[in-house]
Every structure is written in C-alpha cells, then in structure tokens.
Design a protein around this ligand. Sequence first.
Ligand code: FEO
Length: 169
Amino acid sequence: MLNPKIEEAFNRQLNAELFSSYLYLSMAAHFESQNLKGMANWMRIQAQEENAHAMKFFDFINERGGKVVLTQIDAPKLEWPSPLAAFQEAHQHECKISELINGLVDLALGEKDHAANAFLQWFVTEQVEEEASVLEIAEKLKLAGDQGGVLFMLDRELGQRTLPAAPPA
Ligand code: FEO
C-alpha cells in the first residue's frame, strides 16, 4: 500500500511533468510559427519525453496500489521574445523540476519509503542531463547573438534530434 503522503506528492509531480510537456509543446508551436523548424522539433521531442516522465509516475503510483488523480494542468505561455528567452526559461523550469524531485527524495527518505527513493534516483540522474542539455543550447544562442547564419545552423542541428528508442520491456 502506498503511503498517502507519497501518493499525494507523486500525483502532484505527475501534474508537474504533464505541465512540462505542455510548456515545451507550446514552445514547439511558437517555434513552428516563427519557421524555426529545428527548434520546434527539439521542443516537440522534449514534450514527448516529459510525457514519458509523467507516465513513470502514473505507473509507479498504480503498481504500489495507489490511486492516480489527474488534476487541471495550467495553461503555458504562448510566446517568447526570442529563441534565447525560450531556452533560458526552459532551463529555469528544469532547475525548478530538479528542486521538486529533490523534495520528493527528502520526503521518501523521511517516510522510510525505500522503493519510492529507488524509483526517484532515476529522476535525480535524469535532471542533471535535462538541465545540462537545455543550458548548452541557451549558451550557444547567447553566443550566436543576432548572427542569423549561426542561428540557422543551430536550428538545423536541433532538427536532428530524435526520440531515443524505448528500452526493452
Ligand atoms: Fe521531467 Fe524535464 O523534467
């Protein structure tokens, strides 16, 4: 049986991951409208990854005998003044998600829920990569400044991103 405090906190995180997916999908839509197809592709894949994160929480709650409770997802912003602003916001968002994950680890340890703690360690590692990858793009955009050629090349590079193959079940 899942500890009710963990159940509630994991349901909140499920919502936060779905919001992340929604936020990045909104960024993808924004980049599409700007004809920055590569950045749109990168954000679209990011949105799919966030959905997969949400489903990990969905499955864990169910496997432990808890109840998934889906709640309203906040509306994301619709526009950003520049690609740099969008990627900087994505980086800030990932830092916030890392804090939420760390808070869940603290809770799991406090409640002596070792299974929840073990489950969360995947996210602890994942967040390091999530923060780094988006920060790297923001740094490149900062260096590019208003050089259209560099922006074009970066857009092409981000267009190469594909969804990693799912691990065998
Ligand atoms: Fe699910 Fe980008 O954290």
